[in-house]
Design a protein around this ligand. Structure first.
Ligand code: 26W
Length: 870
């Protein structure tokens, strides 16, 4: 079936600006994709009809490039299905079609890479991260190559629905939350704006666990994204490095008057590269994400096997492979287990070897590394890069200490993502000495020189030296990875203005005083391609039609929407897009939880990792108070709300799991209470993921960003919601502050203590008990929970939560409760004024351009990496 058969009653309207952006990758018209993509639910499934009608929701016709492009793609996909996968169209499952399509797109990406090849770049960025929370890759690839509609047509001609194919892609959940998702956004932005870059991480067999609920309790199951292979990746067995652990350090015989040290590891593991291409917007640039898989040197110990010990024969292999087996599921608390340190060293050492080898091959002299490579350490997880790079320079390349230190401290940069004490990594000296003896020697020497330098300047008081030392001696001797990364880096950055200020004034204050220019701020960002164009094609299309297609390249043009914030025709269309997304989410909620929600109600959303500092409990307690208020006055004109939660708790985080259970138990009581009816519904969606976020965020009216001030380093979900037009209810924490500055204080709902107020309050004795006493509403809600109203079969179930609030309340829930209640009622009132509400929502969308990760990456490129855009 040829493309000509598709209806073309309206002439395509391709803005010339888009055509001029054409690449050699095919028909330039396909770059117009985002304009013409139907919203997912409008797409007819499995349509074989020759006369495919244009989906109802859009006015422009299908624009899929020339018929030839469709035919070429169709035949390429068919060939992949047959010859690469060995399936026939008749027997192929959606997963097979996904693989065939991905393999086909991968070829186009390689073609784009070759087309954009500009020889050896002058400088590359290496982004080292233990986590990359990528999600699905197909919509990124399709949209950035401008091939969505061509592919949709090609598959349709094969009787296949593109949406079903996309649904068959498993999420690559190689990360826990914000830090990992940020790394993924940054990779996409670097490819889009042309920063030559490579990401380095671990190819975990099992990403973040799958969450289900059993009677409201979180259950974890292994995640199996690689069960059927990964069609995006290229295995590169030729790029394999040997990584050592343990053993001892020997001295060489003095040659030319220098004594060299040699590390003789007791154990070695092989790191095998697997590359995932990252294609940027319009296919102009392609970068690589290199993920290391751990393998044993020898797959089997033949002598043991032949001796009959069949299990023991593969023990070493199991031990080696364990390194890349699973992602650690803890977020914001350091677990301190040996396997974690092995993971950190494994991927850091492989990456350093790889990039040094590339540099030497290209430039000859390792001393020029800082001119041609900028390494970014994503938090302290790769901080072992400091002594590892020193070791390679000293022991392998024979540099002097001074030269090696110069190269190291001019190549490395470090991003801090949290100041929570329990999340600051430290490793016992004893463990480091056993696992990485040479690195420990180097750390001692770095520290000795660092402290000696201070002594020379007369700063010898013990408390001061203890505070800047790389070794914490207050409870056993432990290496402070944050101090190590700080000291070894040329620049250190925080991820929002407030967070960076707090870095300077708290955890790193003494180190900051030694080098006041070292700490810089780089407020986080999000990639608009995924979180706006792909997640919300309806709103994107409305923006394009209103301010022009240039908005796809320059989000600053969103500003043009401001003028329409009170234009009834525009507001109606904006509201219609939201309504359509809410209906889709309501259907998903019904399917996954059995709960019916009314799409006309206010969708109030808190989705993120479950952590006490993020204060999901504040939201749940407010829900209970609202429930009580509705019960007390059932006939009042309540604003109908749906409270939507999603998020995973670390499997070992008992308190967080109990908060989930409370949310689920409150949901049951509220949803089953006929007196409440549609005025309040509570939903906990299981298994939060990047893909689920893409469905939830465009459907949100209200975005909950309610962490205790000073504790959320930045947040990035807050940006995704505001861009999509949800209004924020939030504290002055992290990037919420900058969001308020951009969208305007009248378009955001701020409440609660500020960071300094939090500190002052924490110093007051019995602050929680007094706050509860002063708030009858809070006291009543807590009493209801503590009395077992939501857990009649086990009345004391939630006492650990309520007791903690009464006695300690580290996260100041009690201090902020009344103000939170007040602002929520102001939100109820605002919702009852639709014109006012939509004007605020539109102004949010219009003013969020600055939060693009393209902006963040440009700042890093100019002010940290000093790298030119390609
Ligand atoms: C060692 C255990 C551990 C694991 C992960 C400690 C700390 C982490 C991360 C630093 C936690 C994290 O994801 N931090 C988040 O980073 C985001 C991106 O900068 C910020 O937006 C979030 O505010 C911050 O919590």
């Amino acid at each position: 079936m040829r493309r000509q058969s598709i209806k073309r009653d309206n002439p395509p309207t391709i803005p010339p600006a888009l055509e001029s952006g054409a690449t050699t990758l095919g028909d330039p018209h396909v770059l117009n994709d985002v304009l013409t993509r139907p919203v997912p639910q409008d797409v007819a499934r499995d349509e074989r009809a020759t006369e495919a009608p244009a989906p109802a929701a859009w006015t422009a016709p299908v624009l899929s490039g020339s018929g030839d492009a469709v035919v070429d793609l169709r035949e390429a996909i068919r060939a992949k299905l047959t010859f690469a996968l060995g399936r026939t169209p008749e027997t192929a499952r959606p997963r097979d079609w996904f693989a065939a399509t991905a393999l086909t797109l991968r070829e186009r990406i390689v073609a784009a890479a070759l087309a954009s090849e500009r020889g050896v770049p002058n400088k590359r960025v290496y982004y080292l991260s233990l986590e990359f929370l990528i999600g699905r890759l197909m919509s990124d690839a399709l949209n950035n190559l401008g091939l969505t509609e061509t592919t949709r047509s090609a598959l349709r001609e094969l009787g296949i629905d593109l949406d079903a194919v996309q649904e068959a892609e498993p999420d690559a959940a190689l990360g826990n939350g914000g830090l990992g998702r940020l790394a993924a956004c940054f990779m996409e932005s670097m490819a889009s704006i042309g920063i030559p870059a490579m990401g380095y991480g671990i190819r975990y067999d099992h990403g973040l666990f799958r969450q289900s609920f059993e009677d409201g309790w979180q259950r974890e199951a292994p995640e199996t994204w690689l069960a059927e292979g990964n069609p995006w990746e290229f295995a590169r067995p030729e790029a394999t490095y040997t990584i050592g652990f343990g053993g001892s350090v020997t001295l060489s015989s003095p040659e030319e008057g220098v004594i060299r040290r040699h590390w003789q590891p007791a154990e070695t593991v092989r790191a095998v590269a697997h590359d995932v291409p990252v294609v940027g917007w319009r296919g102009r640039h392609v970068n690589g994400l290199r993920l290391w898989k751990a393998e044993a040197g020898e797959p089997v110990d033949l002598a043991r096997f032949n001796g009959g010990d069949h299990v023991g024969a593969v023990a070493a292999r199991m031990r080696a492979e364990a390194i890349s087996r699973v992602l650690y599921p803890s977020d914001s608390s350091a677990e301190g287990q040996e396997l974690r340190l092995r993971q950190e060293y494994f991927f850091t050492a492989a990456s350093i070897q790889d990039l040094v080898a590339r540099h030497v091959a290209e430039r000859g002299d390792v001393r020029s590394l800082p001119d041609h490579a900028a390494i970014q350490l994503n938090d302290t997880h790769p901080a072992i890069a400091v002594p590892e790079l020193m070791r390679v320079l000293l022991d392998v390349h024979g540099l002097s200490w001074e030269d090696a230190w110069h190269v190291t401290t001019h190549t490395l940069h470090y991003t801090n993502h949290t100041l929570l004490p329990e999340a600051l990594e430290t490793w016992p000296v004893e463990l480091m000495e056993r696992l990485l003896p040479r690195h420990m020697q180097i750390i001692y020497l770095i520290n000795w020189m660092h402290l000696e330098e201070q002594a020379k300047h007369g700063r010898q008081d013990a408390a001061y030296l203890a505070s800047i030392s790389l070794i914490d001696e207050s409870h056993g001797r432990r290496v402070r990875m944050g101090h190590l990364a700080f000291h070894g880096a040329r620049r250190v950055n925080g991820v929002s203005a407030l967070h960076t200020d707090l870095m300077r004034s708290t955890v790193f204050s003494d180190l900051h005083a030694l080098d006041p220019d070292k700490i810089v701020n780089k407020t986080n960002g999000i990639t608009f391609r995924r979180w706006f164009h792909n997640a919300n094609p309806g709103l994107t299309r409305l923006a394009v039609e209103t301010v022009g297609a240039g908005v796809l390249d320059d989000p600053e043009l969103l500003r043009g929407l401001e003028a329409r914030a009170e234009d009834p025709a525009f507001v109606a269309r904006y509201a219609a897009v939201r309504r359509e997304r809410k209906e889709a989410l309501a259907a998903l909620i019904a399917e996954r939880t059995g709960i019916d929600v009314d799409p006309a109600a206010l969708f109030d959303v808190q989705v993120k990792r479950i952590h006490e500092y993020k204060r999901q409990l504040l939201n749940v307690v407010e829900t209970v108070a609202l429930y009580q208020a509705i019960k007390a006055e059932p006939h009042r004109d309540w604003t109908p709300r749906v409270k939507i939660f999603a998020g995973k708790a670390a499997p070992s985080y008992v308190q967080a799991k109990l908060i989930i259970k409370l949310a689920c138990d409150v949901a049951k009581a509220v949803n089953d209470d006929p007196e409440v009816a549609d005025r309040l519904k509570v939903v906990f969606l299981p298994n939060y993921s990047v893909s689920l976020a893409e469905s939830i965020i465009p459907a949100a009216d209200l975005s909950e960003q309610i962490s205790t001030a000073g504790m959320e380093a930045s947040g990035t979900g807050n940006m995704k919601f505001a861009l999509n037009g949800a209004l924020t209810v939030g504290t002055l924490d992290g990037a919420n502050i900058e969001i308020r500055d951009h969208v305007g204080a009248e378009n955001i709902f701020i409440f609660g203590l500020e960071a300094d107020g939090v500190r002052a309050r924490q110093a007051e004795p019995d602050y929680a008990a007094r706050a509860i006493q002063a708030s009858p509403r809070l006291a009543a809600a807590l009493d209801m929970i503590a009395a077992g109203r939501f857990s009649p079969e086990e009345p004391g179930r939630f006492r650990p939560l309520t007791d903690d609030l009464r006695r300690r309340d580290q996260y100041l829930l009690t201090a902020d409760f009344d103000d939170y209640w007040r602002v929520q009622r102001a939100i109820d009132a605002a919702w009852r004024d639709p014109r006012g509400w939509w004007a605020k929502a539109i102004r949010n969308t219009a003013r969020m351009a600055w939060f693009s990760s393209d902006r963040a990456m440009r700042e890093y490129a100019e002010e940290i990496w000093r790298v030119r855009l390609g």
